[in-house]
Design a protein around this ligand. Structure first.
Ligand code: FAD
Length: 431
């Protein structure tokens, strides 16, 4: 199971009509709901399982501009501002700390990636700076690794995923949003080609707009309508230690491990250099679109033919409104953590910072991530389906940008001035 999420008391019933229905109670759908509720717009969030039980509670909690594609940096900068104001906005801690993020390189080749990134964003993120091995040793003492250098962005940070989504959900409800758990949306209702509602397992809700923020499931949801959203799944395994003394409050990402301090005093650790890539039928259908990314990431992907192939194959790709949908069959995607990858992460970390020899592992989990071909999300309208907007495909880095992504999605849904230029996120870029 994933980490324990701060409890949220959601609604038992749902309205017969509203202005906006949001499909998916992950952090993106919830921040969009909070924004809409604050603007006085009736909104209902429908979640097939529990709020934030998939990616939004299982992630590492990193909030970073570093290493984002340059066109994604303005959204991340807007998110920084929103995270800073979040405790006051939601009236609760979300574990936000602007303690900085550092990436470190073993080789000149790895270092060149950071140098190029820093050059490409130096006008936006002037505080991001390259580090020498000595500076790494000063900022993160007690290390024994040999580093070519690193990059440090002091304005990056972290928050606690298990607190943030719940706090945002509660604030959204306090401001008038309705959130219903265990309520899968099976499909859209259309009238003369325009959205007029959603069909759920508990009946129909009429609405003017739908925001699809269904994470990993958005591709299947749209596929049932004949719309091809290219995303493929990868699985990231994570460890959490018991509280311990560590070398730094900064989140550190090395080529083959990463660690960041947890609010309870422990550390969240992962094998940053490897992800499980479970094969599915979709690899045959859309895999070619990923070739450029695959070329640069091929060492990081552990491609596997495992039981997920069969699980995915057995789930329908087309269904009728009056039949149980795939979303009711899998209330919460709960992949098994990969002990080999977690052991690699711990071994590599211990070799680099021996203080982690005393780390006692409290919990291991995994989460399944939806990756687009260019690793940027889709936030925007769907041509040909008036009333349908997407906020999905966050490709493993949507927790950090979620306050801004949710707000941008809300802006687009209501035709308001967008928080940032939405052009990089248009759906039609995949055509
Ligand atoms: C292990 C791991 C580590 C990560 N680390 C980081 C990190 O450090 N920093 C960072 O920025 N990002 C990170 N991410 C990525 C981040 O977690 C995601 O980008 C973000 O949570 C996406 O939020 P979401 O709301 O789009 O999706 P989700 O959290 O997946 O939410 C989608 C929700 O929609 C629901 N749903 C789907 N279909 C339906 C339907 N038909 N009806 C009703 N409900 C439906 C699902 O049940 C789910 O709850 C990580 C992810 C993982 C798994």
């Amino acid at each position: 199971m994933g980490p324990t999420i701060a409890p949220v008391q959601t609604s038992s019933g749902m309205p017969s009509s509203t202005t906006v229905v949001i499909v998916g109670g992950g952090i993106v759908g919830l921040t969009a709901a909070l924004t809409l509720a604050e603007r006085g717009i009736p909104v209902t969030v429908l979640e097939k399982g529990r709020v934030a039980a998939e990616q939004s509670s299982r992630n590492l909690g990193w909030i970073r501009k570093t290493n984002r594609t340059p066109e994604d940096v303005p959204l991340a900068m807007a998110a920084d501002r929103l995270w800073q104001g979040m405790p006051e906005r939601v009236g609760k801690t979300v574990g936000y700390r602007q303690a900085g993020i550092m990436f470190i390189a073993r080789t000149a080749e790895q270092m060149a990636v950071y140098e190029n990134w820093q050059q490409s964003v130096k006008d936006y993120v002037p505080e991001s700076r390259l580090l020498t091995p000595n500076e790494i040793a000063q900022q993160v003492p007690g290390g024994q690794g040999v580093w070519a250098g690193g990059i440090f962005t002091p304005s990056d940070g972290r928050a606690e995923p298990t607190l943030a989504s719940s706090a945002i959900a509660q604030a959204a409800m306090a401001k008038g949003a309705v959130i219903v758990e265990n309520c899968a949306v099976r499909s859209l209702s259309l009238a003369t080609g325009k959205v007029c509602g959603v069909v759920t397992e508990k009946g129909e809700i009429r609405c003017e707009q739908v925001l699809l923020a269904a994470g990993l499931w958005s591709r299947r949801f749209l596929g049932n309508m004949g719309i091809n959203l290219p995303t493929l799944p990868v699985v990231c395994s994570v460890l959490r230690t018991q509280p311990m003394e560590g070398p730094t409050d900064i989140a550190v990402g090395a080529p083959d491990f990463s660690f960041r301090k947890h609010q309870d005093g422990g550390f969240i650790i992962t094998q940053r250099g490897a992800l499980d890539a479970p094969l599915t039928l979709d690899h045959a259908r859309i895999g070619l679109r990923y070739l450029p990314t695959l070329r640069s990431q091929r060492d990081a992907l552990r491609i596997r033919l495992n039981r997920y192939f069969w699980q995915d194959l057995m789930l329908p790709r087309r269904w009728r409104n009056n039949r149980i949908s795939p979303f009711e069959r899998v209330r919460t995607m709960d992949p098994e953590p990969n002990p080999d990858l977690n052991n690699e992460a711990l071994t590599n970390l211990r070799a680099a910072w021996p203080v982690f020899n005393q780390a006692k592992i409290e919990q291991a989990w995994a989460g399944m991530i939806d990756i687009t071909p260019d690793t940027n999300p889709v936030i925007g309208a769907v041509d040909g389906v008036p009333g349908l907007t997407l906020a999905t495909g966050f490709s493993g880095h949507g927790f950090g940008t979620s306050p801004a992504a949710g707000q941008l999605a809300a802006d687009l849904v209501m035709n308001a001035t967008p928080l940032v230029d939405p052009a990089p996120y248009r759906f039609d870029r995949f055509k």
